[in-house]
Design a binder for this molecule. Sequence first.
Ligand code: DAT
Ligand code: MG
Length: 172
Amino acid sequence: MSEELKDQATLILIKPDGLKKSLTGNILTRLSETKLEIVAAKMVRVSKELAEEHYKHLKDKPFFGELIKFIRGELHDRKKVMALVYWGDGAIKKCRELAGATNPEEAEATSIRGSYGRITTGGVYENVIHVSSDPREAEREIKLWFTPEEIIVDLYPTKEATEKEIKKKTWA
Ligand code: DAT
Ligand code: MG
C-alpha cells in the first residue's frame, strides 16, 4: 500500500437532509462496514463563513447560493450538520464508494446517496453526506471543521500557542 493511502483521514458530514430524514444511525452503520476508525465527531451549526469556505471551489457555480443555504440547514429547518473524521487505510476511496456519485440520480442505487438522496425542483442536490475528495482536500476540510484538540489522534503537525484574553464560554 502506498504511503498516501496508509492512515488516511477524511471529513464526513451528515448533511441537514440526512439529519431531517433520521438517517444518522443508518449512515454510521453503513460507514462502519469500512472498519475505519472515527477519531472526531460533533454537531455543528454552520455559519455562512464556514459554508462558503468549505465549498469555495464552487463559488462561481449557479447553484452556489442554494448550496450554502442547504448545508446551513435553511431548506430543512434543521440548522445543523454532524461532522466526523474517519481514519484508516484508503479512507477516502472507501467512504466515497459507499457515498456514491455526487448526483443522487446517477449514484448507484445501493449507495448512501443513491438510496436516500434526491434533486429538488430548485436543482439542489440533496445528497445526504459529504466525503472529502482527495487527501489535500481532506486536510483542508478537517482543519477547517475541527481544532487539533477535537481529534483524538495526531493527524497533522500542530504548534503550541498561548491565547491571552480570549473570551470563552465555560460551565457556570
Ligand atoms: P462531492 O460532494 O461529491 O465531492 P462536489 O465537491 O463537486 O461533489 O460538489 C459539492 C456539492 O455541491 C455536492 O455534494 C452537491 C453540490 N453540487 C455539485 N454539483 C452540482 C450540480 N451540478 N447541481 C447542483 N448541485 C451540485
Ligand atoms: Mg467535493
